[in-house]
Design a protein around this ligand. Structure first.
Ligand SMILES: *[C@@H]1O[C@H](CO)[C@@H](O)[C@H](O)[C@H]1NC(C)=O
Ligand SMILES: *[C@@H]1O[C@H](CO)[C@@H](O)[C@H](O)[C@H]1NC(C)=O
Ligand SMILES: *[C@@H]1O[C@H](CO)[C@@H](O)[C@H](O)[C@H]1NC(C)=O
Ligand SMILES: *[C@@H]1O[C@H](CO)[C@@H](O)[C@H](O)[C@H]1NC(C)=O
Ligand SMILES: *[C@@H]1O[C@H](CO)[C@@H](O)[C@H](O)[C@H]1NC(C)=O
Ligand SMILES: *[C@@H]1O[C@H](CO)[C@@H](O)[C@H](O)[C@H]1NC(C)=O
Ligand SMILES: *[C@@H]1O[C@H](CO)[C@@H](O)[C@H](O)[C@H]1NC(C)=O
Ligand SMILES: *[C@@H]1O[C@H](CO)[C@@H](O)[C@H](O)[C@H]1NC(C)=O
Ligand SMILES: *[C@@H]1O[C@H](CO)[C@@H](O)[C@H](O)[C@H]1NC(C)=O
Ligand SMILES: *[C@@H]1O[C@H](CO)[C@@H](O)[C@H](O)[C@H]1NC(C)=O
Length: 752
């Protein structure tokens, strides 16, 4: 049993030392078959075998630990390929290739090596190795881990383990363990960007003696270590195994199909029986695994097993699969109707559930006001009340990553439709300044640039009259409702925004902020005409935009803008933001760039709205927000990390929105046909990396060069690391075609 020690020495020296040919038991021109003997090549100890094992209706090629009760698969070749039939054969060919012969004339490479092998070995650590004629290792299965690491095996920096679908299906499953360049070992759901908000467990070894890069190593005595090339290490798990007979004990780390990392020891007795013990496992809470339950469902433990339950008002997407997520079981566009007819909907509450999705709005209030506040807000679909902090957090669906918590510290309220409700065909929307029926009243251009730039103060009475008692509501956003009104004896149509729940109620601060917004003047910003600050009332008067929002144009209208239009819109928005950031007297960070806040005027020109308001929700000037202001999906990672908000925060949101403009779909689409398509940015990045952008716009006539340019700009804008994102000025220059755009890295590669 000395072999494992010999292998250890080889591992520590990079495995490049020569081995005696006696170790190399499989010679060229050998073959194995699924049902005729031999079906596998076994290691000298007999504990591991490489060959065909049964899966589904056929056979897969892999390595397993040989156990009396049930063999344990530790590696699978080409795991996402379908199983092969019993006619297949695995061959180490006379010319030194390891190939799988699937059928007549159909072969598949198992080991991709530039060199040809002269022999092969299944070793006692569970590693299948090909050697060349100089007895050098030219390929080894340990370099291509699937869901398992064995004692003596490493996970290099930047590499990942991917869980299997289930213990009987070893195709790629739903979770991944990533050994990050920042030295953190982190668990994520598979189809997410590598960002902190999706992580559900981390070793917290981040930033340890950087800039050295660690790899993960499971040593032969079951210690899970982070090593660098000089052998420095951080210990993740090291139980005292000094009393164990290591000669006959095998250690195995697996990322299981439920997303849990588990370290097992197998102690083999003389007769081949093994005693299994679970030595270490993370995370402890099986329901804390993000992505275990799909959208709009929450995880709860039943009989010590995690199960997924739908939130009120939703049903399983696939009623035979509890992990499939849930979708609304009533019509989406019922909000306005509901508010006018309170008998047409209700609230359902659940206690003790919690989710980490950031709310779009959070305020301190009584629990009984929390559902009322949600009721009045068309954007609000769910409210979560935190009893400890006394805060009400309003959210939109879909909700991700929810689970039950033991303490009675949260209550969630869900707006649900009453049974059988078919909300009337209201065709209104949640977006701000959404236009209903509008007859153009302003006939002449008299109210254009010639109008004085100074802000006009209005009295509350004046605005009440102008809006006919706040009669016609155009929309409702996180700041408050917007009403249509007319001024100057009906000659000028305006939009009056009634601000609610400002953190800073002071009139002086409000006036100061108004004067900053009032000095802005740019053709791609919605003009602020005046304001009202009387007692506790705060209202803003804007020019009226007749053509709805960019969200309507991209996501609702039948006809998508053509490519020239998309390019124009992208550029106009960029110019508007550039003005806010760099060209107006006091730089303004918008903080909530999204298609709902981009309005369209009579001539379909872009007008950015809601700028300058973020500060009114900020308690002080330190730029550390206690109230999360952005909108999920468009929010840069720094919102969740507590790092300072800067102009680069807007650049990130712009990048996400640019992708939406290019592909005329929402960043997050639960309804996407495949899981890869749900998150637009990761979907696009994958195709960009593989040089297959054209597959994303099948059937559309588009200049490939233009498409690539827009995608490159977006990917630079959504880099996790703010410093990597371009300034708005560079964005404009890149879009304008005056600068060369280099190839963007993976948006999330640099950090976390
Ligand atoms: C482990 O194997 C080595 C080498 O074969 C042997 O010297 C040693 O006694 C063994 N230890 C135990 C506890 O069996
Ligand atoms: C294994 O799971 C994958 C992904 O869910 C599926 O496509 C495949 O058919 C499954 N294989 C078997 C043999 O059931
Ligand atoms: C386990 O693997 C061994 C060696 O390949 C094989 O002989 C045996 O049939 C397998 N056992 C099961 C239950 O599949
Ligand atoms: C084999 O590896 C090389 C280099 O890593 C790669 O370029 C090539 O595409 C691989 N071939 C196959 C069939 O995987
Ligand atoms: C494995 O790592 C632990 C912790 O560093 C160490 O005590 C032990 O000696 C190591 N085992 C081997 C075989 O190197
Ligand atoms: C309110 O809803 C109820 C039930 O759907 C309906 O019967 C009633 O006509 C509605 N009232 C108004 C004013 O729309
Ligand atoms: C709001 O929640 C409170 C406390 O849970 C409850 O008493 C009240 O009936 C709810 N109101 C509505 C309209 O659901
Ligand atoms: C909105 O509603 C009106 C009248 O109910 C209908 O004629 C129109 O087609 C609807 N528009 C959209 C975009 O659904
Ligand atoms: C947009 O404006 C144009 C010109 O005023 C008008 O013809 C069109 O109907 C408007 N579209 C919408 C959706 O309001
Ligand atoms: C989602 O997909 C289903 C089935 O493909 C379809 O019926 C439904 O209208 C879609 N929902 C949305 C919001 O696109």
């Amino acid at each position: 049993m000395a072999s494992s020690y010999i292998i250890l020495i080889f591992l520590l020296t990079g495995y490049c030392a020569a081995v005696g040919s006696e170790k190399c038991s499989i010679s060229l021109n050998s073959a194995i078959h699924p049902i005729t003997h031999p079906t596998s090549w076994t290691s000298p100890s007999g504990h591991f075998a490489f060959g065909f094992y049964q899966e589904g209706g056929g056979f897969k090629v892999g390595i397993w630990m040989v156990r009396k009760s049930q063999n344990t698969t530790v590696w699978t070749a080409n795991r996402d390929d379908p199983p092969v039939s019993s006619n297949a054969a695995l061959e180490l060919t006379p010319d030194g290739q390891l190939v799988l012969k699937i059928g007549p004339g159909e072969t598949e490479l198992i080991a991709n090596s530039s060199d040809s092998a002269s022999c092969a070995a299944m070793d006692d650590a569970g590693n299948f190795i090909l050697y060349n004629q100089h007895s050098e290792v030219i390929w080894q299965s340990f370099n291509f881990p699937t869901d398992t690491l064995l004692g003596g095996q490493s996970l290099p920096t930047g590499a990942e383990l991917h869980s299997s679908v289930s213990w009987t299906n070893h195709s790629t499953g739903r979770f991944r363990l990533r050994m990050q360049y920042d030295n953190n070992l982190v668990l994520y759901p598979k189809d997410t960007l590598t960002s902190g908000i999706d992580a559900y467990w981390a070793s917290n070894t981040c930033c340890y003696v950087q800039p050295v890069h660690f790899h993960l190593y499971l040593n032969f005595t079951g210690a899970l270590l982070l090593l660098d090339n000089s052998g420095e290490y951080a210990v993740i798990s090291d139980l005292d195994t000094s009393s164990v007979n290591h000669n006959s004990t095998i250690y195995r780390l697996i990322l299981d199909s439920g997303g849990i990392l588990q370290l097992y020891s197998h102690r083999f007795a003389e007769n081949g029986d093994d005693v299994v013990s679970l030595m270490w496992t993370q995370p402890d809470n099986k329901c804390g695994v993000k992505g275990l339950c799909g959208f709009n469902s929450y995880c709860t433990m039943e009989d010590e097993q995690p199960v997924c339950r739908c939130f009120p008002g939703t049903d399983y997407v696939d009623s035979t699969n509890q992990f499939s997520g849930c979708e609304r079981n009533f019509k989406e566009e019922w909000c306005r109707d509901a508010r006018e007819n309170s008998s047409s909907f209700t609230f359902k509450s659940i206690d003790q559930v919690y989710w980490q999705d950031p709310p779009y709005f959070q305020v301190t209030m009584e629990v009984a006001d929390c559902n009322m506040s949600c009721l009045e807000d068309c954007d609000c679909e769910v409210a979560l009340y935190d009893f400890k902090k006394g805060t009400c957090m309003k959210q939109k669906l879909p909700l991700m990553y929810a689970w039950t918590v033991p303490e009675k510290s949260f209550r969630a309220f869900f707006k649900v439709g009453l049974e059988g409700i078919e909300a009337a065909n209201t065709n209104n929307s949640n977006s701000l300044l959404r236009v209903l029926e509008y007859k153009k009243i302003v006939e002449s251009g008299n109210f254009g640039l010639t109008e004085e730039l100074a802000l006009r103060p209005f009295s509350y009475k004046e605005l009440k009259r102008a809006t006919n008692g706040f009669k016609e509501e155009l929309g409702k956003g996180s700041f408050g409702a917007v009403y249509k009104g007319t001024l100057y004896r009906g000659k000028r149509v305006v939009a009056v925004k009634r601000l609610e729940k400002l953190l800073n109620e002071g009139e002086r601060e409000f006036r100061a902020e108004m004067s900053i917004i009032g000095t802005t003047n740019h053709r791609h910003l919605v003009r602020l005409l005046g304001f009202c600050a009387e007692a506790s009332k705060r209202l803003l008067v804007y020019e009226y935009m007749s053509n709805g929002s960019l969200a309507d144009l991209l996501f609702r209208s039948e006809r998508h803008p053509d490519w020239n239009e998309r390019m124009r819109i992208a550029l106009e928005i960029a110019r508007g933001i550039l003005y806010l950031h760099e060209e107006c007297d006091t730089p303004i960070i918008h903080c909530d760039i999204k298609p709902q806040n981009i309005l369209m005027d009579d001539f379909w020109a872009v007008k950015i709205s809601d700028f300058g308001l973020a500060k009114l929700l900020m308690p002080d000037q330190t730029r550390t927000f206690t109230v999360i202001r952005g909108t999920r999906g468009y929010m840069a990672p720094e919102w969740h990390k507590g790092t300072p908000i800067s102009v680069k925060t807007d650049v990130y949101s712009y990048g996400i929105m640019l992708l939406e403009i290019v592909f005329c779909r929402r960043h997050m689409d639960v309804n996407a046909s495949t899981p890869e398509e749900i998150v637009l940015s990761s979907w696009v990045y994958g195709h960009f990396r593989d040089g297959e952008l054209d597959k994303l716009v099948l059937g559309e006539e588009v200049d490939k060069w233009l498409l690539e340019k827009l995608v490159k700009v977006s990917l630079w804008c959504i880099q996790d690391e703010p410093a990597l994102r371009p300034s708005m000025k560079s964005v404009v220059m890149m879009l304008d075609g005056t600068t060369e755009i280099s190839v963007p890295p993976c948006p999330t590669a640099a950090t976390v």
